[in-house]
Ligand binder design. Structure first.
Ligand code: HPA
Ligand code: ZN
Length: 454
């Protein structure tokens, strides 16, 4: 498949991400900004310097660097900022739902940041994301194994207190070597008795024994878990119990937990029938994105378009949303696949000239301006998805729509205000109705759809 087509397909696929760290998602620019604002010397002055820092000798080296970069987060507003940044980036990638891990004890223990304020700020960031681009975010405070049992209990209590701010589980991260989940059994049992699931990292830096140990707590999912592939009995167990693995392929390569793409067990686990999801872990720190991870599934592991849809459906089904909300997410995903397969099944996709509905995989960029500034809109043709487009209007809101009724994709940068849309903008391109249809199909929030209809 040509790479532009693969990119369009992945961007258009409705996606959910279950394993991504808030602190590890800070973009280099934001990291530098916060370091400067909070008077932290990172030892590098520009984005290039930050990227150069993101090279790891091994997993402990990665964790040490993780500690360094989290030191820039000092005030509740910093957490609000990075939560908002993560959610907006997810929207740009066509991700509809995120479960975000963060490590409250790191900030409390090392910098005395009040956890309640931190969680309020994170919830505010998530609320803004929901309002602006419709991406739902939930949170998994994780215990960092190095901090010992008392901090695990404290983190468990923060989880329960944070339920009203989107907390859905207790996580477990940090150095796995010599620190199995069972060391924290009391806190894990306590949190589970409060009705909160436990979702640990395991089988990332240590072998199958780390996963076996975590399984005694019946987690619905395991972070990474890829080294389970070394034990056929464990693989059978994961299949039988339908335990979902949150696989983060590029992370495993960059931290050295897996030596090479050839040795990565993703394909073997998939072929054995383990329920897998694809995730980015700490995207800028691994120079990756969720889109890249889906791409890697195709380019390194030979996954098909249908496999990608199954991966994304696995994530929707394994989310920790309440049952009714989870079902809604699953249904939204199914509608997304239907639109996509209607397109893929069209005979025009094999012909030299596609039909009117599926004219090309190119994107058009709609600049929707906030109603308060203008009621008109400006449409141009973008050569690549994500290409910046200059607009004569103030505060333009770019929305990328793939030409063709099959798989348009939203690309919001900011839409604090209600959107306006005129369906007569580009009659000559024959795509105005298509864009309108997309808006009406629910890819943007109802307020925008309603206005689009007028
Ligand atoms: N493993 C353990 N701890 C972490 C990770 C990880 O992949 N990322 C951030 N903290
Ligand atoms: Zn992780």
């Amino acid at each position: 498949m040509p790479s532009s087509r693969l990119n369009s397909l992945i961007l258009a696929l409705p996606k959910a991400e279950l394993h991504v760290h808030l602190e590890g998602s800070m973009q280099p620019k934001t990291l530098l900004l916060l370091a400067e604002r909070n008077g932290i010397d990172l030892g590098c002055a520009d984005e290039e310097g930050v990227r150069a820092m993101y090279r790891y000798r091994d997993f402990p080296h990665f964790l040490a660097l993780y500690g360094t970069l989290t030191s820039v987060l000092r005030r509740p507003e910093d957490f609000q900022l990075i939560t908002h940044e993560l959610g907006m980036e997810a929207a740009r990638q066509g991700t509809r739902y995120l479960e975000v891990t963060f490590s409250p004890a790191t900030h409390y223990r090392n910098k005395s940041i009040a956890v309640d304020e931190m969680m309020d700020a994170i919830a505010e960031g998530a609320q803004a994301v929901l309002q602006e681009v419709g991406v739902e975010m939930r949170f998994i405070p994780d215990h960092v194994r190095e901090y010992g049992q008392e901090f695990c209990q404290l983190t468990a209590e923060w989880c329960v207190q944070g339920r009203d701010r989107g907390v859905v589980a207790l996580g477990l991260g940090g150095g796995e070597q010599g620190r199995p989940a069972s060391l924290f059994a009391d806190a894990i049992h306590w949190v589970q008795a409060q009705g909160m699931p436990f979702v640990p990292h395991a089988g990332e830096a240590v072998g199958p024994e780390g996963v076996w140990d975590a399984l005694q707590f019946n987690p619905p999912r395991i972070g990474h878990g890829v080294r389970a592939a070394e034990d056929p009995e464990l693989v059978d167990y994961l299949c039988e119990k339908r335990i979902v693995l949150e696989v983060c392929p590029t992370s495993n390569i960059r931290t050295g937990c897996v030596a090479s793409w050839n040795e990565h067990p993703l394909r073997r686990l998939w072929d054995a029938g383990v329920l897998l999801t694809i995730n980015s872990d700490d995207p800028p720190m691994f120079n990756t994105t969720l889109l890249d991870e889906y791409r890697v599934a195709v380019t390194q592991f030979g996954f098909t378009a249908d496999d990608l849809a199954r991966l994304s459906m696995n994530a929707a089904r394994a989310s920790l949303l309440p049952a009714e909300k989870r079902e809604q997410l699953v249904e939204t995903f199914k509608r997304g696949y239907k639109r996509r397969s209607a397109r893929m099944d069209c005979p025009c996709q094999r012909a030299s000239s596609p039909c009117r509905d599926h004219q090309s995989d190119k994107s058009i960029l709609l600049h929707l301006t906030p109603i308060a500034l203008s009621t008109s809109c400006n449409i141009g043709v973008g050569s690549e998805i994500g290409t910046p487009f200059s607009s004569p209007y103030l505060a333009p809101i770019p929305l990328i729509v793939l030409i063709g009724r099959g798989e348009p994709t939203p690309y919001f940068q900011s839409c604090k205000n209600t959107l306006s849309f005129s369906s007569t903008c580009v009659p000559s391109m024959g795509c105005s109705s298509i864009a309108g249809e997309y808006l009406l199909a629910g890819a943007v929030r109802p307020s925008a759809s309603a206005i689009a209809r007028t």
